[in-house]
Design a binder for this molecule. Structure first.
Ligand code: GLA
Length: 404
C-alpha cells in the first residue's frame, strides 16, 4: 500500500532512506561511545552493472550505476601514530602503526583500507593517526562491490580528514590499486569508478580505455531493477577472475602476432579473431569472442537506454548472461537457474548475472505490472531447486561517494 500523496517509487525511496539513516546513526553512535569524539561521516555506494561484464579490464565499455547500498564510515584523528580500524559487521578491530611500512595483513577487510592508506602515501598525501568504524547495508561477496565501496569510503574519508585535496580520478585509481596490491584481485576500473562518480537516477556509460563517460538517465517509470541474491559467496572466484584476465591477455598476444595493429581489445575485430582461431585454444577463443560480443552489446544497450528501458534492453541482458555462462564460464548453477526462470516470466524483460561471477546476484529488469508476482515465482523456483530462500533487494540509483 502506498502512503497517501506519494507514488510507489517515492515510497520505496522513503523507506530505504529510513533504513539507511538507521545504519548511519548506529555507526556514528558506536564511534562516539568507543572513541568519545565527533566523527566525520562518509558514505560510499556499491553498484549494479546494467550490462558489460569483464569488459573493463579489456579496454572496453561498461554501464554501471551506484546504488543505495554501501558502506558508512565514521572517522576522526586521534593524535597518535596509530590507526584503529573497526569493522562493525565482522566484529573485529585491527591496529596499524603508521611508523612502519604498510603491508597486507591476514584480516581480509582491513587490507582494503590499508591498501588505500598506502596508495595515499605513495601519492605524497600524508595523514595522521585516526580511528575508524565502518559498517554497511550491502551484502558482502554478492557481486555488488562491497569491497570497492569500502575502498572508496576510506579514500574519501582519510583524504578529507587530513585536509588533502584529491581529484576524483586519483581517488578511483588509489582504490583500484588497493584491490590489486593488497587484496590480490586484478580488477578493472568499473566498481571504483561507479562508487565515486555515480549520479542519482542515471547509469554511466564508461569507456574504460579513455575513462571518458556520459550519464544516461534511467527511465524507471514502468519497470524497475530487482536483485536476486543466490547467497553463494563469490570469494573463491578471485583466483578465477585473475585467470580470465590472463586468458584474455594470452588471446590478444596471440592475435597480435598476425595483426600487430590490434594493441588492445578495442582494435580487435571478429575477423581478426576468426583468422587466428587455429592458433588459439578453444577456451581462449571463447573468452575473446565473449569480450568482443559483450562490448558490442554495451554499445547497443546505450542506444536503447536513450529511448527508455524495456524489452530490447532486456534481450541484451539475457544474451549477456548466456555469454558469461557458456563462453566466459563465470556463472554457477544457482545464477543460471534464476535467469532461466526469469526467461519464462513475461513481466521480466531481462536478467543476467552481474559482476565478477561465481555467485552473487542476478540483476532483473521487471515491469511494474506483475512485478510482485514475478518476484515470488522466482523465489519459488529457487527454493524448489536449492531448498533455501534467495535474497531479494529492490535498489535505487543514487549519487556517488560523499561526506554526509
Ligand atoms: C568485478 C571487478 C570489476 C569487473 C567485474 C566484471 O566486479 O571488480 O572490475 O571486472 O568484476 O565485470
Amino acid at each position: 500500500m502506498s502512503l497517501p500523496g506519494i507514488g510507489k517509487t517515492d515510497q520505496i525511496k522513503a523507506n530505504t532512506k529510513n533504513k539507511e539513516l538507521k545504519v548511519k546513526d548506529k555507526i556514528k553512535r558506536i564511534f562516539r561511545e568507543q572513541f568519545l569524539k565527533e566523527p566525520l561521516m562518509v558514505f560510499a555506494p556499491g553498484r549494479i552493472n546494467l550490462i558489460g561484464d569483464h569488459t573493463d579490464y579489456n579496454s572496453g565499455f561498461v554501464l554501471p550505476a551506484a546504488i543505495n547500498r554501501g558502506i558508512f564510515m565514521a572517522l576522526a584523528e586521534n593524535g597518535t601514530d596509530s590507526c584503529k580500524l573497526v569493522s562493525l559487521d565482522m566484529g573485529e578491530a585491527v591496529e596499524v602503526n603508521l611508523k612502519n611500512s604498510l603491508r597486507p595483513t591476514n584480516t581480509g577487510w582491513a587490507n582494503y583500507i590499508i591498501g588505500v592508506m598506502d596508495g595515499l602515501r605513495n601519492q605524497g598525501l600524508e595523514f595522521n593517526g585516526f580511528d575508524a568504524v565502518f559498517g554497511g547495508n550491502i551484502p558482502i561477496g554478492s557481486g555488488l562491490s562491497s569491497s570497492a565501496a569500502l575502498e572508496c569510503a576510506a579514500v574519501l574519508g582519510i583524504s578529507r580528514l587530513s585536509g588533502n585535496e584529491i581529484s576524483e580520478n586519483d581517488m578511483i585509481s588509489i582504490a583500484q590499486k588497493a584491490e590489486h596490491e593488497f587484496a590480490g584481485v586484478k580488477c578493472g576500473i568499473m566498481d571504483q569508478f561507479a562508487s565515486i562518480m555515480g549520479k542519482e537516477d542515471n547509469a554511466m556509460r564508461l569507456d574504460c580505455r579513455s575513462l571518458r563517460y556520459e550519464y544516461l538517465p534511467l527511465d524507471l517509470k514502468d519497470c524497475g531493477f530487482v536483485l536476486l541474491d543466490t547467497k553463494v559467496s563469490h570469494s573463491l572466484g578471485n583466483s578465477q577472475y585473475n585467470k580470465r584476465r590472463e586468458e584474455c591477455c594470452e588471446g590478444l598476444n596471440t592475435i597480435r602476432k598476425k595483426h600487430p595493429k590490434a594493441s588492445s581489445f578495442r582494435e580487435l575485430t571478429m575477423e581478426m579473431l576468426e583468422d587466428s582461431k587455429n592458433e588459439l585454444t578453444e577456451k581462449v577463443y571463447n573468452r575473446c569472442s565473449f569480450v568482443l560480443e559483450e562490448n558490442n552489446r554495451v554499445i547497443r544497450a546505450g542506444a536503447y537506454l536513450r529511448s527508455g528501458l524495456g524489452k530490447e534492453f532486456g534481450q541484451l541482458m539475457y544474451a549477456s548472461h548466456e555469454g558469461l555462462s557458456n563462453l566466459y564460464e563465470v556463472s554457477c548453477c544457482e545464477l543460471d537457474l534464476l535467469v532461466e526462470s526469469a526467461r519464462r516470466l513475461k513481466p521480466v524483460y531481462g536478467a543476467r548475472m552481474m559482476g565478477g561471477g561465481f555467485g552473487g546476484c542476478t540483476l532483473n529488469l521487471i515491469a511494474n505490472k506483475g512485478k510482485e508476482k514475478s518476484i515470488s515465482q522466482l523465489r519459488q523456483s529457487f527454493e524448489t531447486a536449492f531448498g533455501r530462500k534467495p535474497g531479494v533487494y529492490e535498489v535505487n540509483v543514487i549519487d556517488g561517494a560523499r561526506i554526509i
